[in-house]
Structures are given as C-alpha cells and as structure tokens.
Design a protein around this ligand. Structure first.
Ligand code: NAD
Length: 334
C-alpha cells in the first residue's frame, strides 16, 4: 500500500523503516488536519498518531482522494470520528496492546520523581549543592493508590503498585476479575477518590470520562493527594486542577498528557514563546511534573507499534480479517 504517514518523529521513521518490507511510506512531519489533508493525495492508506485530527471533514476529503484505511499507530482513537469513517466505508485500525508496561512504568516514574524529587536532587548535586533541604518525600509502602480504568495499562500499574506494598483500589465500569482475585478492591469513583493518596488515570477519553477530574471530584480527593494522568489530557479539567494546586488541595500533579497538547508536545519549542498561559502556569508549580506524552516511548513498545500497524495494513491489502479494527458500536475494550 502507499501510506501517507503523518506527525512523523525521527523514532517513527527509524522503527517503521526497520520493520517495513512491502509498503511504500511517505513520511510527513505535518500533523493531519483540514489544512494538510492534501498531502495524502495519491496514497491509499493514512497512518496517524494521537494528535492528528480525523474529523468528518478530513475523513470526507480523504475518502474522495481514495484513502481506504486509517491506521492509528497508538491505542487511543478519540481523535478519529469513527462514525464518519464507517459512513465513508473506511476501515480504522489501531494498536490496542503494545507494551502496557511502558505506560504503567512511566506512571511510576512520574510518581517516584514527584515524591522523591530526584529531578531537583540531580540538578542540585551537579551544581555542588549537597543540601537535603526540601527534598523530603514519603514512603509509598502502605499508601492507598486509586486506579481509574483497569484495562491493560491500569492492570499493569495496579500490579506494580501492589508490588511496592501499596493498597490498591480501583474504579472501572467493567470489573477486571483477575485483578480482583489478585487483591485489588473495586469501589465507586467517589470512594476511590476519597481514600487514595495517589490517583492514577488509565481510562480512555470518552464523553463519559471528559473532565472526570474537575472542581467537584477534586474536592472529594484527600487534601495533599497526588494525581497522575498518563491517559488523555482532557480527562482532567486543567483550570480546576490549577485552582486545586493553588489552594493546596492537590499536593502533586504528574502529567504525561495535556488537554491542549496538540500544538506543543513532540516539538522542540526551546526558542519559542509559549502562548499557552495555562501550561505556563502549570510549569510554575514546584509540585508539578510534566512530560510530553512519552509513556509509550520504549524500544519494546515502538517495535510492537511498527510491526502491528504494518501487519494490519498488509492484512487489509490481502483482504484478511483485521484483528485490530475499531468497530461500531464502540464498547470499552478489556
Ligand atoms: P484499555 O481499553 O485496555 O483499558 C481502558 C479501561 O478503561 C477499560 O477497563 C475500560 O472498561 C475502562 N473505562 C472505560 N470507560 C470508563 C469510565 N467511564 N470510567 C472508568 N473506567 C472506564 O486501554 P489501555 O490500553 O489500558 O489504555 C488506557 C489509556 O491509556 C488509553 O485510552 C490511552 O488514552 C492511554 N495511553 C497513553 C499512552 C501514553 O503514551 N501516555 C500510551 C498508550 C495509551
């Protein structure tokens, strides 16, 4: 197939070229949106990532150009209007299960860094400052960790935190029986928020989960609790979170995703003026740690993403069943 590959990063090119044996791939750095759709002319497949915009207008134009399949090289597909794709008779595939460990372990990295302030200690020691002042953390052992969404990543994360001696409680609309048997107790969202020292979000972005963390739910949380979001930015109402940080209700915030990340994340804006005042406000807090959507960035995950995406495109070309197809009606996957 001839594939228009959007939002290309150097690591994408590296891993896809390493594993591609049959397709022609045109790599574009541009993000897919209504202004860049034309780049796909002459291709029959589009490979997209988390911040590419596949709304109805883009999909209608892609259909006219002869695009037959959208291959998301990620797990989430909230950026794709799946109903419009289906109306246009376009298949949508994704990579539902590439190393869930990668994201779960990144959530742990955020927790560890926020708690033990290793980022600050590293800089201090390099500058000859060996003071321990204001580096005090807390034992994770014995703390209560609330996991919202216990699918593939949430399950890995719950097992990691259990291994550290935490009490793990969870909320999901579907109970993961294996995790329950392992010792994770399911409760209502309210109870999980009320009881947890650390709350970590691992559910997809849907109409039900948009701004799941908002002014009201933040008020339910323990004062001084830690909130971790490695799922999708819009699960969290950023303005409400800023207010909770300002008044001390929220003790720590670790984000790998951000509501308005599209124009910022994955780019080197070192020399630019950041126009997003909300993000700049967040960066001003000493108890906030932000990474730019790198949870998936491990060798194992990138290998699986490239291989699975290319296999889906090959299967489509050979009229074989698509095991990673996003089908309607949408139901949360386990
Ligand atoms: P998954 O489909 O295996 O699990 C999602 C879980 O969320 C399911 O158990 C589902 O029942 C639950 N859920 C759905 N709606 C819910 C609701 N309203 N309330 C509570 N739980 C709900 O997905 P996964 O592979 O574990 O991925 C989770 C999310 O992580 C993805 O949706 C994606 O947004 C994000 N992700 C981020 C990165 C990154 O690099 N930071 C990488 C991959 C995935």
């Amino acid at each position: 197939m001839k594939i228009a590959f959007f939002s290309t990063q150097p690591y994408d090119k590296d891993y896809f070229e390493r594993h591609n044996t049959r397709h022609e791939i045109l790599f574009f750095e541009a993000r897919l949106n209504e202004q860049t759709t034309n780049l796909a002319r002459g291709c029959n497949a589009v490979c997209a990532f988390v911040n590419d915009q596949l709304n109805a207008a883009v999909l209608n134009t892609l259909k006219e150009m002869g695009i037959k399949i959208i291959a998301q090289r990620c797990a989430g597909f909230n950026n794709v209007d799946v109903v419009a794709a289906s109306r246009n008779d376009m298949a949508v595939v994704r990579v539902p299960a590439y190393s869930p460990h990668a994201v779960a372990e990144h959530a742990l990295a955020l927790i560890m860094t926020l708690n033990r302030k290793t980022h600050k200690a590293y800089n201090r020691v390099r500058e000859g400052n060996f003071s321990l002042d204001r580096l005090t953390g807390f034992d994770l052992y014995g703390k209560t960790v609330g996991v919202i969404g216990t699918g593939k990543i949430g399950e890995c994360f719950a097992r990691i935190m259990h291994g550290l001696g935490c009490t793990v409680i969870a909320f999901d609309i579907i109970i993961n029986k294996e995790l329950e048997a392992f010792g994770v107790k399911y409760s209502s969202l309210r109870e999980v928020l009320e009881r947890s020292n650390i709350v970590s979000l691992h559910c997809p972005l849907t109409e039900q989960t948009r701004h799941l963390i908002n002014k009201g739910t933040l008020e339910i949380m323990k004062t001084g609790a830690m909130l971790i979001n490695t799922s999708r930015g819009a699960l969290v109402d950023t303005v409400a979170v800023i207010n909770a940080l300002k008044n001390g209700k929220l003790g720590y915030l670790g984000l790998d995703v951000y509501e308005q990340e599209e124009k910022l994340f994955f780019h080197d804006l070192n020399e630019n003026i950041i126009a997003d005042d909300t993000l700049v406000r967040l960066l001003g807090f000493p108890n906030v740690l932000i990474t730019s959507h790198q949870g998936f960035l491990t060798d194992e995950a990138l290998t699986q993403i490239a291989m699975e995406t290319l296999q889906s495109l090959t299967d489509f070309e050979e009229h074989k069943p698509l095991k990673n197809k996003v089908s309607l009606p949408l139901t949360p996957s386990k």
